[in-house]
Write a protein that binds this ligand. Structure first.
Ligand code: HEM
Length: 188
C-alpha cells in the first residue's frame, strides 16, 4: 500500500497542515546542540508513562529496552535530519508497525502529546535561550510533532482499508487473486 502513496506530495501537504515552515526546520537544527543531550530523559518519561497505564503497558511489555532505542533515535532525528519525503515514508512505515500490532490510534495521539510536553518542558527550562527563541522553538517543536503524527496516522487509513478488504473476501469467499484480477479489469 505504501508504494502507492505519493510521499513528496504527502510530505508537502502534512507540512502545510502542521504549519511546519523551512524557518521552523532551521530552528530545530539550531536547537539540536541544546536538546539532543537531554533526550534520554524524554524517552525514559515516555516509557514510564506508558508502563504505568495497564492498557498501554500491555503493548510494550517485554520489549521496553528495544523500544527505548528506536524511540530515542526517532526523537533525535527531529532535530538532526532532513524532514523530507524520505522522512515522510519512514514515519508512515513506523505508523504501519503500530497498525500491525493493533495499537489504538488514540494511543498514538497520547504518545505524541507526551513527547510534545516533554520537549516543551526541556526547551522552557533552558537558561541560555531568551523568550523570543523559546517561542520560536516551541512553535517549531509543536509543528514537527504534528507533522510526524499526521504521517504516522496516515497508515491507519491504509490499515483500515486492508482490514475491510480482508473482511469482504471472507464474507464473499472470493480469493485475493480473483479480487485483484477483477480490480485490474475494472474501469470507471
Ligand atoms: C509518538 C508516538 C510514537 C512514536 C514516535 C513511536 C515510535 C516507534 C518506533 C520508531 C518503533 C520502531 C518501528 C520499527 O521497528 O520500524 C516503534 C515500535 C513500536 N511501538 Fe511505538 N511509537 C509511538 C507510540 C507508541 C505507543 C503509544 C505505544 C504503546 C502504547 C507504542 C508501542 C510500540 C510497539 C509495541 C512497537 C513494536 C512493534 C513490533 O515491532 O512488534 N508506540 N514505535
Amino acid at each position: 500500500m505504501s508504494e502507492m502513496l505519493d510521499f513528496p506530495q504527502l510530505c508537502a501537504e502534512s507540512k502545510q497542515l502542521s504549519g511546519l515552515t523551512p524557518q521552523d526546520e532551521a530552528t530545530l537544527r539550531e536547537l539540536a546542540a541544546l536538546i539532543v543531550p537531554a533526550l534520554d530523559a524524554v524517552t525514559e518519561r515516555f516509557y514510564s508513562t506508558l508502563a504505568a497505564v495497564p492498557r498501554t503497558a500491555a503493548f510494550i511489555e517485554g520489549r521496553v529496552e528495544m523500544l527505548k532505542k528506536t524511540h530515542r533515535a526517532w526523537l533525535e532525528s527531529l532535530f538532526t535530519r532532513d524532514l523530507d519525503a524520505e522522512y515522510a515514508q519512514w514515519m508512515y512505515q513506523i505508523g504501519a508497525v503500530h497498525v500491525r500490532v493493533n495499537l489504538p490510534v488514540e494511543f498514538m495521539t497520547a504518545g505524541m502529546s507526551l513527547v510534545l510536553r516533554e520537549l516543551l518542558l526541556l526547551l522552557g527550562s533552558s537558561g541560555s535561550l531568551d523568550a523570543e527563541a523559546k517561542m520560536r522553538g516551541g512553535a517549531a517543536i509543536g509543528s514537527v510533532c504534528g507533522f510526524s503524527q499526521l504521517l504516522m496516522q496516515k497508515s491507519y487509513d491504509s490499515g483500515k482499508l486492508a482490514g475491510e478488504l480482508e473482511k469482504f473476501l471472507k464474507i464473499t469467499g472470493m480469493s485475493r487473486k480473483l479480487f485483484d484480477n477483477l480490480a485490474s479489469a475494472y474501469k470507471d
